[in-house]
Design a protein around this ligand. Structure first.
Ligand SMILES: O=C(O)C(=O)[C@H](O)CO
Ligand SMILES: [Mg+2]
Length: 269
């Protein structure tokens, strides 16, 4: 049965970030993920996880200047030092939070440069990150993201990501398969789950309704069907990861809006 993690960067927007842990536990989640832990001491977050009997299953490495529009450093020539420092910071947090994986965002193709010019930097950075993470028993994830949400994002397709994972050949380097982005960019989602999950290269799923990025029971994708596909294929191949609920509640920040939108979760909790 798929196991679901609450994405605390998107869910519970009506609450302060630190109050979202308790809300997620109350709604029946046993795990959480979110973008960044760095605004808080790791020990404070670890204590919150423990108090609410939650596992941390994913967060992102520092992405560069997020407020300035950056979305990762991995593909950016000339930013290698900052990239490495960020990965070390992320791994330190991951150990303190007992989190088994970090997501390293690829970054935006800089104006005036071609995607093809950045592949070498991206591969070299990921190879380094995977080696560092392996020494601590942690997985490094790369996520294809659609360019409607993040114009200019370097990595967009599942096949691109899997090709790079195979090229690098590090067992702890995996793909974060966000089914929302997958549907927006390429479709044929169930077949891609069937193709890629048995390879052992999928480290994590994320979900959201398409196209508004609301609850999974809102929109053009039949997630009940996809959850059964994940369930069947996982049983066949022994996959036991998490599905991150990375969506914007359709009731927005109205009180209790996230919990009201969790009708779809009743049968999976
Ligand atoms: O945007 C997404 O889908 C993600 O999972 C990233 O981590 C956030 O940019
Ligand atoms: Mg995602």
């Amino acid at each position: 049965m798929p196991r679901f993690a609450a994405n605390l960067s998107m869910l519970y927007p009506e609450l302060d970030f630190l109050a979202r842990f308790e809300a997620a536990a109350r709604d029946g989640f046993q795990a959480v993920e979110y973008l960044f832990p760095y605004a808080y001491p790791a020990q404070e977050l670890a204590a919150l996880l423990k108090a609410n009997r939650l596992q941390q299953v994913l967060f992102n490495a520092p992405p560069g200047d997020w407020d300035g529009g950056e979305r990762g450093l991995a593909c950016l020539p000339g930013r290698e030092k900052e990239f490495r420092e960020g990965v070390v910071t992320a791994l330190t947090y991951a150990q303190a939070l007992e989190c088994p994986r970090i997501h390293v965002m690829a970054g935006l193709v800089p104006a005036g440069q071609e995607r093809a010019d950045l592949g070498g930097t991206y591969v070299a950075n990921l190879r380094w990150a995977a080696q560092e993470a392996a020494r601590r028993g942690i997985d490094v994830l790369m996520e294809p993201i659609n360019t409607r949400d993040i114009p200019g994002f370097f990595l967009n397709r599942q096949d691109q990501a899997h090709e790079i994972v195979q090229q690098i050949g590090a067992p702890n380097l995996k793909v974060q398969m966000d089914l929302y982005h997958c549907q927006v960019v390429e479709g044929d989602v169930a077949m891609k789950i069937r193709k890629y999950l048995p390879t052992g290269r999928v480290g994590h799923f994320q979900i959201a309704g398409v196209p508004e990025r609301h609850e999974p029971d809102v929109g053009e994708v039949n997630y009940e069907y996809l959850f059964q596909v994940i369930d069947q294929v996982s049983q066949q191949c022994g996959w036991s990861g998490w599905v991150g609920c990375e969506y914007k509640p359709r009731l927005g920040a109205s009180p209790d809006g996230t919990s009201q939108g969790l009708r779809w979760f009743q049968r999976w909790r």
